[in-house]
Design a protein around this ligand. Structure first.
Ligand code: CP3
Length: 351
């Protein structure tokens, strides 16, 4: 296949047509964390290496990405990587601790520490990501787009400051409220780095990218607008010159109007609000991705099917709906239920 045939096939794929809000034969679906521990095929690879080794070995990252897409029959693949490894060359000492998730051993605890985070000088330091992108693009079917991704500036900043997950984000908010100058400097370094990182993913083979603001839901709408929106907007404005951006934010439907202002061609929404209501807030000029409660996958299949129908019905026939969960799939979920979900969406989303 020539490069121009490939581009045309990707352009006309179900997923990319939906991103452009064209009418399609059915609803496309992919699943956040689709290549993860719930899949025996992932565990077979993962049991041989640590998580970070898997991220840094392009052949293995490629294998788990392509295998998950094939097994599930989803309409897009997502690069196997994580939000945080890009912070290593910026000065963060990162470890994935068994049973705990990511830990940063030298967090930025106060405003005076912010200088320790250096903006990425070049993307070569995370070159393994782009090697994986090239390999994956080569191996995926020609009608399956590859999604790149990065953490949004707030979610990355909160990891740098809290050192891992957090309940109340006390240290993050303390720096944000007490020392807006330091906060802005930190966000600026992250924004410049994320722009460079996402543009390189697109240049090496990703058709669209998702920005994960997984922790922004801890903020009020006023704080999101003041401390986060201008920075996220700068990322999205720069990156969407190169490819469509899915702006995913979770945890707080009060942020939806501001999420829309931050930009993106598609808004990622969790299950806390119905898609009809979310889309009314966003307006017709964007696509919407979501939003089945992931816990629905634990339900019996007839219940899962009905809940899938409910999500499909909740867009009232609008063009531009990409089906997904409202959050990532969990490690103990039954892969057969995930596969069944994908089939239900294709069958019941048909027009
Ligand atoms: O399949 C995919 O979706 C692509 C790969 C992907 C991973 N993480 C793989 C992963 C993506 C897109 C992410 C994003 C990510 N990483 C987010 C945002 C997603 C969201 O749910 O909002 C966040 C917050 C992270 C940070 C992170 N990485 C955490 C909190 C953890 C530990 C939690 C857990 O489930 O253990 C990780 C580890 C991680 N990232 C795993 C995977 C498959 C599990 C690691 C393992 O194999 O042991």
């Amino acid at each position: 296949m020539t490069p121009s045939d490939l581009n045309s096939s990707l352009h006309n794929s179900l997923f990319m047509k939906t991103v452009r809000r064209e009418s399609t034969e059915t609803t496309p679906v992919w699943i956040m964390r689709q290549a993860g521990r719930y899949l025996p095929e992932y565990m077979a690879v993962r049991n041989k290496v640590t998580f970070i080794e898997l991220c840094k070995t392009p052949e293995l990252a490629c294998e788990v990405t392509v295998t998950a897409q094939e097994i599930l029959g989803v309409d897009a693949a997502i690069l196997f990587a994580d939000l945080l490894p890009m912070l290593e060359p910026m000065g963060m000492d990162l470890e994935y601790v068994k049973g705990e998730g990511p830990v940063i051993h030298n967090p930025l605890r106060q405003a005076a520490d912010i200088d320790r985070l250096k903006a990425l000088e070049s993307v070569e330091a995370v070159g393994y990501v782009f090697d994986a992108v090239k390999m994956i693009r080569n191996e995926l079917p020609a009608d399956i787009p590859l999604l790149g991704f990065a953490g949004a500036p707030f979610t990355l900043a909160s990891y740098c400051i809290e050192s891992g997950g957090s309940k109340n984000y006390v240290t993050t908010k303390k720096i944000m409220y007490n020392d807006e100058g330091a906060w802005t400097a930190l966000m600026n370094s992250l924004v410049d780095s994320v722009i460079m990182y996402l543009k390189a993913q697109i240049a090496t083979g990703c058709q669209a990218v998702q920005l994960f603001d997984s922790w922004a839901g801890c903020l009020s709408a006023a704080d999101y607008r003041r401390y986060v929106l201008p920075h996220t907007k700068r990322v999205i404005d720069a990156v969407s010159q190169d490819a469509p951006v899915i702006n995913f934010l979770t945890g707080n439907p009060a942020l939806l109007p501001a999420q829309k202002e931050a930009g993106g061609q598609v808004m990622g929404v969790d299950w806390r609000i119905g898609l009809n209501d979310a889309w009314d807030i966003f307006g017709p000029e964007v696509g919407v991705q979501g939003n089945l409660d992931p816990v629905s996958l634990y339900a019996d299949l007839p219940v899962l099917k009905q809940r899938t129908i409910d999500v499909l019905n909740s867009v009232s026939g609008r063009n531009g709906h990409i089906f997904n969960l409202g959050h990532g799939v969990m490690p103990d979920m039954n892969p057969d239920h995930v596969k069944a979900l994908v089939e239900y969406v294709h069958e019941l989303g048909a027009r």
